[in-house]
Design a protein around this ligand. Structure first.
Ligand code: ZN
Length: 307
């Protein structure tokens, strides 16, 4: 039987001011800050993870906040839209909430689903779509009840340099099922009930520049390390330049760039975010991997404190 990716593990983007980033995703969207660590490849920079109450794969958005990054451009070769699912009937609540925070939004619709689209403080395009599937998120904050809270990713929209080639990879390598075409979009679905819908835009948005305000990469879920190695083998068989397995402490990963220019990662579900702090206090302290622990005192001085 053909191997299928179950869905999105996480999506990682480049943003600016760290406090603006936290205020938006934690206070406006009501996500849980589940990990405060540093970029393992550049420990002078934060790496923040936000998710649902249980920090499940499929709900995790992560950020590299840079104070001096040059402006990026959302376009071809990138994940163009990060899409979240909210319970049926919840859009009205979000329209009111975004208005209260003076955030402009517009209505949109694809494949018969109603959604609203807006940008975060650094230019990332975010979308909320009503979906019945997916467990409710019981991380409640400031009037966001589980009845309306963001459940996790509904999926993403891809802006590819070569939409046909990206579509082929989604079906042929990752095992997504093609659901149909409508207007400028082709829709694909995976087997999970969250982070499972990918729309590929078939018309060009112009070349993207990956920097401030753009998505850096999208990660797909592997069950465990054995599964990850199997994906590595399959991607190498198709001549992708796949990285070795990297230890990201909360998961193990491989990386490769698909033919349409989008950077893909495949990451294991385990060990998860409770591997170095209690589930109840996720995100409260700065967590460092062993290789960077010796930098702690200097990092605690130089990294801007987060309120
Ligand atoms: Zn990643």
């Amino acid at each position: 039987m053909k191997k299928r990716i179950s869905g999105i593990h996480h999506i990682t983007s480049i943003v600016g001011d760290v406090q603006e980033n936290v205020n938006f995703y934690r206070e406006v969207l009501g996500l849980r800050l589940v990990k405060k660590t540093v970029n393992f490849d550049d420990p002078r920079t934060y790496h923040l993870y936000f998710g649902d109450k249980n920090a499940r794969p499929g709900t995790i958005i992560t950020f590299f906040p840079y104070d001096n990054a040059r402006e990026g451009k959302v376009g071809n070769g990138q994940v163009g839209v990060t899409s979240y699912m909210v319970p049926l009937g919840a859009i009205k609540f979000w329209e009111e909430r975004l208005s209260r925070f003076n955030i402009d939004f517009k209505d949109s619709s694809r494949f018969g689903e109603k959604s609203i689209e807006f940008t975060d403080p650094h230019g990332l395009i975010i979308e909320l779509v009503e979906r019945e599937e997916g467990d409710k998120n019981h991380w409640s904050l400031d009037g966001i009840s589980p009845e309306v809270a963001i459940k996790g990713f509904s999926g993403a929209v891809f802006y590819s340099h070569f939409p046909d080639l990206t579509a082929e990879i989604m079906e042929d390598l990752l095992g997504f099922e093609k659901l149909g075409e409508e207007g400028d979009y082709i829709r694909f679905k995976s087997s999970a009930d969250i982070g499972n819908i990918i729309d590929i835009k078939t018309t060009s948005r112009g070349r993207g520049i990956t920097s401030l305000g753009t998505v850096h990469h999208i990660a797909w879920r592997a069950e465990d390390e054995e599964d990850l190695l199997e994906w590595q083998r399959l991607a190498r068989e198709r001549k992708f330049a796949v990285s070795d397995v990297r230890d990201r402490k909360y998961f193990k990963s491989i990386y490769f760039r698909e033919k349409g220019g989008i950077l893909f990662e495949i990451a294991t579900d385990g060990p998860g975010f409770a591997v170095d702090e209690d589930m109840d206090s996720l995100g409260e302290n700065l967590m460092l991997p062993p290789q960077h622990e010796h930098l702690r005192s200097s990092l605690e001085e130089t990294l801007r404190p987060i309120e």
